[in-house]
Ligand binder design. Sequence first.
Ligand SMILES: *[C@@H]1O[C@H](CO)[C@@H](O)[C@H](O)[C@H]1NC(C)=O
Ligand SMILES: *[C@@H]1O[C@H](CO)[C@@H](O)[C@H](O)[C@H]1NC(C)=O
Ligand SMILES: *[C@@H]1O[C@H](CO)[C@@H](O)[C@H](O)[C@H]1NC(C)=O
Ligand SMILES: *[C@@H]1O[C@H](CO)[C@@H](O)[C@H](O)[C@H]1NC(C)=O
Ligand SMILES: *[C@@H]1O[C@H](CO)[C@@H](O)[C@H](O)[C@H]1NC(C)=O
Ligand SMILES: *[C@@H]1O[C@H](CO)[C@@H](O)[C@H](O)[C@H]1NC(C)=O
Ligand SMILES: *[C@@H]1O[C@H](CO)[C@@H](O)[C@H](O)[C@H]1NC(C)=O
Ligand SMILES: *[C@@H]1O[C@H](CO)[C@@H](O)[C@H](O)[C@H]1NC(C)=O
Ligand SMILES: *[C@@H]1O[C@H](CO)[C@@H](O)[C@H](O)[C@H]1NC(C)=O
Length: 688
Amino acid sequence: MNLKFISTFLCFVLLHSSKTFGDHFTNQSDLETYVVHLEFHDQLFSNSKDVLLWHQSFLPTNLNHSSRILYSYRHVFNGFAAMLSSDEVREMEKKPGFLSARPQRIFQMHTTHSPSFLGLHQNVGLWNASNSGKCEFNVTNCNKKLIGARNFVQPGMLPIDENGHGTQTSSIAAGNFVDGANFYGNANGTAVGIAPRAHVAMYKVCGVLWCAEWMILDGFDAAIEDGVDVIVIPMGFGHPPFYDDAIAISTYSAMAKGIFVSGSAGNHGPGSGTVMNEAPWILTVGDSTTDRKISAVAVLGNGAEYEGESAFQPTNFSQKLLPLVNGKACESLNTSNVKGKIVLCDTSGDLSRNVKGGRVKNAGGAGMILMNEKYRGSTTFSEYDVVPTTQVSYKDGQEIINYVKSTSTPVGTISFKGTRMGDKHAPTVAYFSARGPFIPSQGILKPDIIGPAVNILAAWPTPIAGQMFDLLYGTSLSCPHLAGVAALLKNAHPNWSPAAIKSAIMTTADIVNLGNDPIQDETLEPADLLTIGSGHVNPSRANDPGLVYDIQPEDYIPYLCGLNYTDDQVSLIVNKKVHCTTSIPQSELNYPSFSIPTESSAQTYTRTVTNVGEASSAYTVEVYGLKGVEVTVQPKILKFTALNQKASYNVTVKSLDLTGHSQGYIIWSSDRHSVRSPIKVFPHISVI
Ligand SMILES: *[C@@H]1O[C@H](CO)[C@@H](O)[C@H](O)[C@H]1NC(C)=O
Ligand SMILES: *[C@@H]1O[C@H](CO)[C@@H](O)[C@H](O)[C@H]1NC(C)=O
Ligand SMILES: *[C@@H]1O[C@H](CO)[C@@H](O)[C@H](O)[C@H]1NC(C)=O
Ligand SMILES: *[C@@H]1O[C@H](CO)[C@@H](O)[C@H](O)[C@H]1NC(C)=O
Ligand SMILES: *[C@@H]1O[C@H](CO)[C@@H](O)[C@H](O)[C@H]1NC(C)=O
Ligand SMILES: *[C@@H]1O[C@H](CO)[C@@H](O)[C@H](O)[C@H]1NC(C)=O
Ligand SMILES: *[C@@H]1O[C@H](CO)[C@@H](O)[C@H](O)[C@H]1NC(C)=O
Ligand SMILES: *[C@@H]1O[C@H](CO)[C@@H](O)[C@H](O)[C@H]1NC(C)=O
Ligand SMILES: *[C@@H]1O[C@H](CO)[C@@H](O)[C@H](O)[C@H]1NC(C)=O
């Protein structure tokens, strides 16, 4: 079977700057790239030429069409991308079959040990042994791993990764075994992706720092046509309604064709309501740490030690206690104050860690203790620093400052301990991990899951100082982990739908850390369900979930109608003509988790589970947590006599406190399985 991935890898070229060509009728600088949606056409086009001709009929006849139409879509939706003036768009609006046109948006990219942290091991379980895409490289550059590479950014350009984003994300999802992978000797070991035997197809859809909407849509259109199994989208854009969101629309078409989509929640945490890629047919992935640290310990004159991190591990750093001085933001340092000292810097201001380190070094400082600002909490990074450094948590930084204030001769040093495993707090949610709720659809709990995204050793395309790998952090790293897991599950269960795979991943997730405490966020307090969703992915358990909450593509239609979208808006998303005759409240979608508004009256929601465990089995229900909420589940036992048999249950929820938040779990257990759904009850924010 073919397991392939789409990844946004980067290259340089702005479409606007390569602007076209000679129409005599329009001032070229008035043209903008529009994405045009047309009504679904029942008559199936047999070839792309007919589609193109029909799309061209929406443009004025006196134009050179091939200089204006950038891409004619067939799979993601019915429509095209074109360079148009606003007058031309106004003319187009009068033609029958026109639905909408708007200027395209620009998307941001969300910038090995994690497989074994996730419990994956060679030759056992999910990793036990198990080949076509279009290659625009010279044939020899594609191989059994990279089976496709296509460029959508500029005609004639090779699909080469000039920035690194696509190489990183694909190595995490599907990288093969590489012995002796390390970053400056740190994190040394065998590097491997989550689905090492999967094949990769790459679709280059981005410029250096951003991705144009029409190119992303091209990539999706081609990936769907090429028959990929899993799509990774490590990028995002704001929170538009689904009918106005290129990613929501194109991922719906992908899902409807059985393709699993893993998307990053975004780097905009820790504030509430920041999550992206939140459509219910996408697995929305938040970000967490692993138990590996590249350890650098701040040692103080009073004997206190604070473990922080740095990938620069000098072996000759003096362990003699040196004077400590607080440089605050370390934007400007005075040599006479810092020479020969260890300088405390905080993460505030616009300067990067390496620039601050450079200022310390240039002013003659011996080392730097980089202290997190409050919002960064305990999340620290292993970077290759320019001066001996450790980055410590906000709490540790405050204690170090208190020590410095407490004595006239504060002293300390940094002790470098190399790569250490077994951090009992792991996984901890990273501060940057975006949080729910997704304001336009608060009846779906988001994010869905968290996965490794901090200090991940990933392949790098252009070796810097001989380093083929780099230690990276950011939301773009967690969604390829989950895409890899989905690829493994799809290989093990070829008949599971994208929703079934997603359910398996969610209901079996871990909700405790290695220390057996509830998973914590960056403040080291137990994390909210709007932060971790169902919890931390556990691939082996996901392979055997017992029951799944399945959703067919058409089940999303009553959900979309329930969002009060118009028939045209729903049609645009699902790429066929729809009349909203039935609609359901959002929380009624057969989702593996619950997000329920507090209401004065009791509300009942129905869920249907499908037996994918033992043919003959019985599950009993228990409800945990949910203070201030009365929850009843009917029936309390679900009995199965066959595989793929379905059973339904009702959950009735009555909030006793209409202003509070409450959370807990509904767990269905059999002799062998435990199927857990998180429930979050909270006053939904009204949208004006
Ligand atoms: C085209 O439009 C730009 C800006 O609107 C204007 O500066 C330029 O003179 C126009 N060129 C022609 C040939 O009309
Ligand atoms: C139309 O535009 C295309 C693309 O720029 C160009 O190759 C072609 O020669 C143009 N045709 C005419 C008739 O100008
Ligand atoms: C690995 O897969 C083979 C067949 O594909 C099977 O016979 C074997 O039992 C599996 N081994 C493990 C450890 O799962
Ligand atoms: C691809 O192969 C052709 C023919 O062998 C050669 O002329 C061309 O330079 C190659 N291109 C690249 C990018 O390697
Ligand atoms: C990485 O580990 C391997 C095997 O233990 C060893 O041979 C190699 O020298 C190590 N590389 C570095 C840079 O430490
Ligand atoms: C440590 O070693 C590096 C490179 O070998 C050297 O540049 C640096 O000056 C040394 N530092 C000390 C404190 O001896
Ligand atoms: C640096 O500090 C010394 C001593 O505190 C002071 O005399 C000098 O003016 C400072 N220089 C600058 C550029 O601030
Ligand atoms: C849709 O409209 C109904 C009736 O006005 C309202 O009760 C419901 O809250 C609306 N749903 C959403 C998601 O806005
Ligand atoms: C669930 O509730 C619906 C309506 O609220 C009812 O028709 C159905 O019989 C209930 N099912 C169970 C299993 O209680």
